[in-house]
Write a protein that binds this ligand. Structure first.
Ligand code: CP
Ligand code: NVA
Length: 309
C-alpha cells in the first residue's frame, strides 16, 4: 500500500483494493466511535476549501461538518463568486489556493478541470462530483453495502437508468472490491466505453463480473443491491422531458424488487425524483437504505480527509 497522505481523491481507480479497504475500515471505525461520543481531532488547524460550480445538499454539508468534527474548518467557495467564474485560469487558482488551504474539494462539470486543478495544486484535491465521476458517493455506497450485507466480495449490484457519473464510479468501485455489477440502460445511454474497459481490467484482478444490458429484469435477477440515480443529471435539465420518455422502463420499483434476492437493499444517491427513476414505494419501503447512504457520505469522507490531508 502506498502512503495515502498527500494524495488526491479524483477517481476510485487511483487506489488499489487494499487502500480502498483501509479507507472503508477507517470510515466504519470513525462512525462507530463518533456515535460513542469519541472525538477525532485529526485535522486540527487544517482548512478545506470547497469549490462548487453545481448545487449540493449532501456533499456540501457532509464535507463541512466532517471537517469540523475532525477539528478543522471548511470554506464554501461558490464558483460564481470566485475569480475562476470571471475567467481566472484553473492553474492559477490552484497555486493561489495551495498557499492558504490544506485541501480542496471541487464539484464541477468538466472532469479535466479537476485533473488540472490537481496537477497545479500542491495540496490534495478531492472530487466532489464531475460529469464523469462521483467517487465520494461510491465510497459511502460501499460502506453502506458493507454495513447491511457484512461483506462486498461476491455480492451482485444492479444499476438501472442513465450510465452517468454515479454509474461510472459504481462500476469502478464494485469491480475493485470483487462485487459483480450489472448496468441496465436504454440504447445510447450506456456507461462510457473507457469506464467499462477500466472496470473490466479491475474485474480480471478481483474476480468480479460485469454485464451491460438493455433488460432491467435481467439486471435485477438475484441482485443483492438495486441502485438507481436521476435520469437527467445537473446540466441536462433541458433534456428532462425527453429522458423521462426514454428511461420509463428502467424505474426501480416493486416489479424489479420481485426478481431480486428477497433480502436485496434499495439504494439511490439522492436527490430522488419519485415516480421517475424510483417508485415512492421502493424509496420509502423496508428494503430502502437511502438515508444510511446519505449519512455515510459524512463518515466515508471523514476517512478520506483524515488520511489524505
Ligand atoms: N448525492 C449527492 O452528491 O448529493 P448532493 O448533490 O446533495 O451533494
Ligand atoms: N447524476 C447526478 C448525481 C447527483 C448527486 C448528477 O450529476 O446530477
Amino acid at each position: 500500500m502506498s502512503e495515502l497522505r498527500g494524495r488526491d481523491f479524483i477517481a476510485v481507480n487511483d487506489f488499489n483494493q487494499e487502500e480502498l479497504q483501509t479507507l472503508l475500515d477507517f470510515a466504519v471505525q470513525l462512525k462507530t466511535e463518533t456515535k460513542e461520543g469519541k472525538e477525532h481531532h485529526l485535522l486540527r488547524g487544517k482548512t478545506l476549501g470547497m469549490i462548487f460550480q453545481k448545487s449540493s445538499t449532501r456533499t456540501r454539508v457532509s464535507f463541512e461538518v466532517g471537517m469540523w468534527q475532525l477539528g478543522g474548518s471548511a470554506l464554501f467557495l461558490s464558483a460564481q463568486d470566485l475569480q475562476i467564474g470571471r475567467g481566472e485560469p484553473v492553474k492559477d487558482t490552484a497555486r493561489v489556493l495551495s498557499r492558504y488551504l490544506d485541501g480542496i474539494m471541487i464539484r464541477t462539470f468538466d472532469h479535466g478541470e479537476v485533473e488540472q486543478l490537481a496537477a497545479f495544486a500542491d495540496i490534495p484535491v478531492i472530487n466532489g462530483l464531475t460529469d464523469l465521476l462521483h467517487p465520494c458517493q461510491a465510497m459511502a455506497d460501499l460502506q453502506t453495502i458493507l454495513e447491511h450485507k457484512g461483506r462486498l466480495t461476491g455480492l451482485k449490484l444492479a444499476y438501472f437508468g442513465d450510465g452517468n457519473n454515479v454509474a461510472h464510479s459504481l462500476l469502478l468501485a464494485c469491480t475493485k472490491m470483487g462485487m459483480d455489477i450489472t448496468v441496465a440502460t436504454p440504447k445510447g445511454y450506456e456507461p462510457r466505453a473507457e469506464i467499462i474497459a477500466a472496470a473490466k481490467l479491475n474485474a480480471e484482478l478481483s474476480g468480479a463480473q460485469i454485464l451491460v444490458t438493455r433488460d432491467p429484469k435481467e439486471a435485477a435477477k438475484d441482485a443483492d443491491v438495486l441502485y438507481t440515480d436521476v435520469w437527467a443529471s445537473m446540466g441536462q435539465e433541458a433534456e428532462h422531458l425527453a429522458r423521462v420518455r426514454i428511461f420509463k422502463a428502467y424505474q426501480l420499483n416493486s416489479e424489479l424488487l420481485s426478481v431480486a434476492r428477497p433480502d436485496a437493499i434499495v439504494m439511490h444517491c439522492l436527490p430522488a425524483h419519485r415516480g421517475e427513476e424510483i417508485s415512492n414505494d421502493a424509496l420509502e419501503g423496508p428494503q430502502s437504505v437511502v438515508f444510511d447512504q446519505a449519512e455515510n457520505r459524512l463518515h466515508a469522507q471523514k476517512a478520506i480527509l483524515a488520511k489524505l490531508l
